[in-house]
Write a protein of this length. Sequence first.
Length: 522
Amino acid sequence: MASKDAFRTRRTFAIISHPDAGKTTLTERLLAAAGAIQSAGQVRGKAGTRSTRSDWMEMEQQRGISIASSVMTFDYQGLTFNLLDTPGHSDFSEDTYRVLTAVDAAIMVIDAAKGIESQTLKLFEVCRLRDIPIITFINKIDREGQEPLALFDEIADKLALDLTPALWPIGQGVDYRGYLDLVEKRMVGPTGTPGVEWEEIEELIDHDELMADPVFVNALETLDLARSALPEFDLETFQSGHLTPVLFGSALKGFGVAELLRALGEWAPEPRPQPAEPKPISPDEKKVTGFVFKVQANMDANHRDRIAFVRLSSGTFTRGMKLRNVRSGKDLAISNPMFFFGNNRELAEEAVAGDIVGIPNHGTLSVGDTLTEGAALKVTGIPNFAPEIIRRVRLSEAIKAKQLAKALSDLAEEGVAQVFRRMIGADYLVGVVGPLQLEVLGARVEKEYNVPIGFESVGLEVARWIESDDEAELKRFITAQKANMAEDRDGAPVYMAQNAWWAQRAQQDFPKVRFLTTKERA
Ligand code: GDP
């Protein structure tokens, strides 16, 4: 049985980035550095690339689901790291956002040439909702990129976040000479060889042979500028999500990766208390609690099973345990819980707060569900996110209207997509954050409910839940915007606009109305 403090060894984190910034490459490097895989090149989450573990491939093919990289667990230096994948590219979906409700820290990977890109910004904003501490890794330093100081300015500006350097590059691209490790106070050469050490960084100017190199002098000067303008690293400020340490490196070449792992182990927090009603759940509470942050359904019509990914919030879970789904009030014997190690999965005999357990089920578990040993608790902070793609559902066989209603309601509950009813007319609108999510919805409604549907654009691009302390004002807004109003599945009013400009305009015209991009699931 795990000791009552076992959860303190858990580091549960995600990597946030824009497609192509290097997330997959970095994941491989981290796993290799921790000894979890033999060499980089084994982790492949993307279509068209191969997993080296054939058993895994077989399972994926049999089940027609892709869970290859949902969770990767690895041990390193007495700690257990749970890396949760944030699906990107075409499989970007609300899951991508919700994964961030299940982590205690994030690594933000930025391409040194491109700076902050759109998807990084969106994911960062979700991290900010919960003040998740972030370690920044500026990648591809082996290539020509933007100047470090320019990157610092951009990040501070766009994210309104304090930064502090932890690794500073000495040159970039062809001029790359290694880096200064400001934590261990030493230089590391371009091939990873340890170089000069220091007590005070100013000592470096006494090294004539270093100072003879203009690239080195420039690095030292820019670092000096950065340090004079920026705060020093402070663990508490970092852990409260207000300060990000920045490492420069190269996932491809492995520069800075060991230091990133070190930063994660030393600085990333142990499992944090989980927001819940009536009160937050402390990870050291004895009773087991957890919540579902993602449901991976089987796209193969012959296998209706799905896997609910549960993040444990407290207690020591053991296989076979009965847990209550607070939403339905039903008890569930968890006989086949799963863990994920790199590309393998195995039965989870025991798990503690911070761990992720996969629970196969036939639709009894939905996103946002709380599991307890009986306590009437409800985990909060697993919201729906404002959809970025809104479509009208086109039903080709009118006679199946009732089945459609059931299908949409079931799938919305599971968290596959959000469903809205317009206040004028009877149309169903569905909202998603990524195009693949729409495809999945369409395919599942057809396969599982035998209702063929299509989707069509209605010229709406922005959705915001609205609320106000002034009831009359809210009513006035709804009346004025009736043609653009809808209700979500809980009956909450949602304003939909043609584009960001109109949304902005509505906001200016009705200052007492709040326009929200997230809403807690009922
Ligand atoms: P992801 O989409 O964020 O998972 O990005 P990948 O890890 O697939 O990387 C995208 C591309 O950038 C690939 O061609 C990588 O080989 C390349 N790449 C990743 N890291 C580095 C790096 O540190 N330096 C260079 N030069 N290329 C990199």
